[in-house]
Design a protein around this ligand. Structure first.
Ligand code: FES
Length: 120
């Protein structure tokens, strides 16, 4: 299903944007000129990625610091801390609550004549 999620101006460079509405919950950003989108809840505990930190293509979850490549969805690091504070390596398994590393679910994005669409 193809859904319009905004205009090109809604996605400035290197800025994480939350897209929500009826049956849609995404985070998206323009990275190196291209817009990428992923499901808006972290695969760790299904908490919102909307206040995540974007550095290049790396998106860091604001809750427990898992990191993902927004352009591919790949998990780069899993459960690094709590609320921005780093935890010792040995305690990561406790905070992970038994969840194994998982990627983000990503969706193809296209820009046409100044409008932005995602394929869900
Ligand atoms: S909810 Fe994202 S790392 Fe825990």
């Amino acid at each position: 299903m193809r859904v319009k999620i905004g205009t090109s101006a809604d996605f400035p460079a290197d800025t994480l944007v939350t897209v929500s509405g009826e049956n849609i919950n995404l985070v998206a950003a323009r990275v190196s000129g291209k817009i990428y989108a992923a499901y808006g809840l972290c695969p760790h505990l299904n908490l919102s990625l909307g206040r995540g930190k974007l550095e290049g293509s790396t998106l860091t979850c604001p809750w427990h610091g898992s990191q993902f490549d927004l352009t591919t969805g790949k998990n780069l690091d899993w459960v690094r801390g709590i609320g921005g504070a780093r935890l010792p390596e040995w305690s990561r398994g406790l905070v992970a609550l038994g969840k194994e590393p998982m990627p983000l679910t990503t969706y193809p994005v296209s820009e046409e004549a100044g409008e932005v669409f995602v394929e869900l």
